[in-house]
Design a protein. Structure first.
Length: 125
């Protein structure tokens, strides 16, 4: 998400926002990583809604976040925009929740030697 917001700022400054949003609408899979990592400005919230609205029922969007989905409404912190954004994300979606703790806290798996394959030479009768 930080890269997307940085690019949106850049496109706004260059007056290319509409062209950039049209490009995002055409991408088969838009991957938004680290949603909820940093606060969203009001403009970024509106941009996100527009991006999701343009893609709704047309293209795929994948969002990853360490923030539980139950807290997204609070994170967006503007009830009307939060309702609209979450409406476009939740309908027709698949939710995959990781059962593991964050990667930095996951103990390494014990190493095991793979089983030996036995080679049975062909018998000649």
């Amino acid at each position: 998400m930080p890269r997307l917001t940085d690019e949106l700022v850049r496109q706004h400054a260059q007056a290319n926002r509409s062209a950039f949003l049209r490009q995002l609408a055409k991408v088969d899979l838009l991957y938004i990583d680290d949603f909820g990592l940093a606060p969203l400005s009001d403009q970024h919230k509106r941009d996100l809604l527009e991006i999701l609205d343009d893609r709704y029922d047309k293209k795929s969007t994948l969002i990853t976040s360490q923030l539980p989905i139950e807290q997204w409404h609070t994170y967006i912190d503007e009830p009307t925009l939060a309702d609209a954004i979450l409406d476009r994300l939740v309908h027709n979606s698949y939710r995959l929740a990781s059962l593991a703790s964050p990667c930095t806290n996951v103990p390494p798996l014990p190493w095991r030697r793979p089983p030996r394959l036995r080679h049975n030479p062909p018998t000649h009768a």
